[in-house]
Design a protein around this ligand. Structure first.
Ligand code: ADP
Ligand code: MG
Length: 312
């Protein structure tokens, strides 16, 4: 699309939706709407859970849709497909990259194909038979069980001893039909945000120090649930690897605009990639905006940049 001045650009801010991360999206969306107004755009907000959502957005006829949705139907290619069909340009990744990144099992296949280290794992489908001892043999005694397509650590468990594996698998199947049993990686948790389309650049790396055992839902969203340390306290070599891995993961999945990959650096300085988020949390204090601000990009500037990247 051709570029217009901010004041002439009608932005449909899409937030809410029906995923497990609805509340998080409402917070992201509210703050992005304010930031875009501050940057001079015409902004109207739409909740994709409204039954007349498609009609409402068509009537508004925006120049661009700004997606502040997280999780199912918002971050997984579904809304992206609907907007393609309506011929409404939108921020962030397209249908395929969104769907791939949302599916942790398939994303890991792409990381491996690109030579990026990702912890060994087994994926299980509901009603597929499995053998606990075999799983322990493959991923080790300590593992992480997670739903394949949910975000925000919903349904994630750390398995410390083999007897915890069965209950953890049942718990993950409560939220998803496909789950992942992954080798536990001990180390420093970091997240690397990337901005750009074909030549993305990494933003300063954040080290996450959760106050809970791992970066669970509470640690992510309660103030004081986790500390962000920027730049991450890792070796220069690990820092460089992490930047390269984040950029390569963005490219391997075919992401556009932004992405934020979660990783763990182990004691041997190997950087393991866990997942890539295509629409990470977007409140002012969320990880990607925090990292951007350390790079001198204010929150309204970041929101503007996402629109400009979508218009490229
Ligand atoms: N293989 C692993 N080893 C150690 N910790 C993990 C592993 N996988 C996940 N975790 C912990 O669980 C959190 C959530 O997992 P992640 O794969 O990022 O999914 P999501 O953020 O979508 O729930 C991570 O931030 C990390 O704290
Ligand atoms: Mg994560």
């Amino acid at each position: 699309m051709s570029k217009k001045l901010a004041a002439d650009t009608k932005v449909a801010l899409i937030l809410g939706g029906n995923s497990g991360e609805r509340e998080v999206s409402l917070m992201s969306g509210k703050e992005c709407a304010l930031a875009l107004q501050e940057a001079g755009y015409q902004v109207k907000s739409f909740d994709s859970a409204d039954k007349d959502f498609i009609l409402n957005i068509q009537n508004y006829a925006p120049d661009i849709a700004f997606l502040a949705l997280h999780g199912k139907y918002g971050e997984d290619g579904v809304i992206q497909g609907a907007l393609e069909f309506l011929r409404i340009p939108y921020t962030g990744s397209g249908v395929l990259a969104s769907a791939l990144a949302m599916d942790k099992t398939r994303a890991k296949t792409f990381y491996s194909a690109a030579g990026l280290p990702t912890p060994h794992s087994v994926s299980l489908r509901r009603s597929e038979p499995y053998d606990l001892a075999e799983l322990v043999g493959v991923v080790g005694e300590k593992s992480v069980v997670k739903p394949a397509t949910e975000g925000s650590a919903l349904g994630v468990s750390i398995v410390h001893t083999p007897d915890e594996l069965g209950p953890a698998i049942k718990h993950a199947f409560e939220v998803d039909d496909t789950i992942l049993v992954e080798r536990f990686v001990e180390g420093t948790e970091i997240t690397v945000a990337v901005l750009g389309n074909n030549n993305p650049e990494a933003l300063p790396i954040i080290e996450i120090v959760p106050h809970a055992e791992f970066y669970d839902f509470e640690a992510k969203y309660e103030t004081g649930g986790a500390d962000h340390i920027i730049p991450a306290r890792i070796s220069e070599a690990a820092y460089k690897s992490a930047e390269r891995i984040a950029i390569n993961a963005h490219n391997a999945l075919g992401c556009r605009g932004m992405s934020r990959s979660d990783m763990i650096v182990d004691q041997f300085d190997t950087v393991w990639i866990l997942e890539t988020n295509t629409i990470p949390g977007m409140t002012k204090t969320s990880l990607l905006p925090d990292s951007a601000s350390k790079a001198g990009i204010s929150f309204p500037e970041l929101c503007t940049k996402l629109i400009e990247l979508a218009q490229e």
